[in-house]
Design a protein around this ligand. Structure first.
Ligand SMILES: CC(C)(COP(=O)(O)OP(=O)(O)OC[C@H]1O[C@@H](n2cnc3c(N)ncnc32)[C@H](O)[C@@H]1OP(=O)(O)O)[C@@H](O)C(=O)NCCC(=O)NCCS
Length: 335
């Protein structure tokens, strides 16, 4: 039998981020407002995490509302219409419905239907996972333009009496539009996971307990803080170095460092271990926004752009890491 030859998608050589958008929870929550139930203090939280205040969503700021607004901003910044999107990816661990994916709803709201649309669950690494996928989809010819949104309403999973993680968490959505480029704009992604440490950041109990009635209390998040701290500060420095090398660069070529906004001490430790020059602009959005998981890197990028701290085209190293444990890093040219 003679088979007809199969035609594959028409690849394109390069991709880049064309525009960024970001929305934070409108409630500003200073440390003093949350220290009571955890017997902590503003001073302790600032010293150990660098967080001064976190941003939490109002009732109207549903995860879909924040995602849509961030998406619209990124499209406007990129000069791309919703109808030009071939795929919409939402990275989130706080969309409260098992199905449908938040991405399909957002795609419809922004006029992207019938774009492919799906959510990815990679926690604080989610945005960098999304950028890795968008880069691959554009270059493979599977989509002309791809929207990536990191969106979290972490406050739906906090326990005000929990000392391990709830006090660091914030809400928001950060978005990027990725499209074709004449020059390389997204370096190779170095990514991975370590499910052997799945218990380092976790949900108190499974939804199954509702069905069997053993525990009908609302599940919230917990973490083994010191374990995560060491892993993030030391193992992630290696991953970040690999991403710089994979992009054919040296640490002194990096102009901007945008790590996941987990803890100011982790950010400082990573910068030190990477040997980044003094001139590097380091994102420190955590001080005012808190840890917004998948939203933290695009939100930190949005702030740097808004404050005029970075130039278009600047080479930025971004690295996301967290529950899974999962991680991803890449060097990107800022839009
Ligand atoms: C959570 C974190 C701030 C805790 O700080 P730490 O210095 O590691 O704290 P430890 O758990 O070692 O506890 C040290 C002391 O602080 C106390 N403590 C712990 N949490 C506290 C809190 N929220 N407020 C006040 N005191 C606290 C402990 O009781 C302990 O007291 P002791 O020395 O009298 O026994 C820190 O581990 C961290 O930031 N880890 C990384 C987490 C992260 O970024 N996660 C996001 C991943 S995406």
């Amino acid at each position: 039998m003679t088979r007809p030859s199969l035609r594959s998608a028409q690849p394109t050589t390069y991709s880049r981020i064309l525009g960024i958008g970001g929305v934070r929870g409108e409630n500003v929550v200073p440390n003093d407002d949350i220290v009571g139930p955890i017997d902590s203090s503003d001073e302790w939280i600032q010293q150990r995490t660098g967080i001064i205040e976190r941003r939490r969503a109002t009732e109207e700021q549903t995860i879909a509302a924040m995602t849509e607004e961030a998406a619209r901003q990124a499209l406007a910044a990129a000069g791309v219409e919703g109808s030009q999107l071939g795929a919409v990816i939402v990275a989130t661990v706080t969309h409260l419905e098992q199905t449908p994916a938040l991405a399909t709803i957002i795609a419809d709201r922004i006029g992207a239907t019938p774009a492919a649309a799906y959510d990815i669950s990679a926690a604080c690494a989610g945005y960098c996972y999304g950028i890795a996928q968008a880069d691959a989809l554009v270059r493979a010819g599977a989509a002309d333009y791809v929207l990536v949104v990191g969106a979290e309403r972490m406050s739906d999973f906090i326990d005000p009496t929990d000392r391990t993680i709830s006090f660091i968490l914030g809400d928001g959505a950060g978005a990027a539009v990725v499209g074709p480029s004449d020059t390389p704009g997204i370096g190779p992604t170095v990514w991975g996971s370590d499910g052997g440490q799945a218990d380092a950041i976790y949900q108190t109990h499974s939804w199954l307990t509702f069905r069997d009635g053993t525990d009908t209390s609302w599940p919230t998040l917990r973490q083994k803080g010191p374990t995560v701290f060491k892993w993030a500060s030391f193992e992630m420095a290696k991953v970040a170095k690999e991403a710089i090398e994979a992009a054919g660069l040296r640490p002194e070529d990096i102009e901007v460092f945008i790590p996941h906004q987990a803890n100011m001490r982790i950010i400082d430790q990573l910068a030190k271990q990477l040997g980044l020059p003094e001139s590097v602009v380091i994102a420190r959005d955590i001080a005012q926004t808190g840890n917004t998981s998948a939203a933290s890197i695009p939100l930190a990028t949005e702030r740097l752009q808004r404050e005029g701290a970075v130039e278009p085209g600047a080479l930025a190293l971004q690295i996301g890491f967290g529950a899974g444990l999962a991680y991803a890093a890449q060097v990107v040219a800022l839009p």
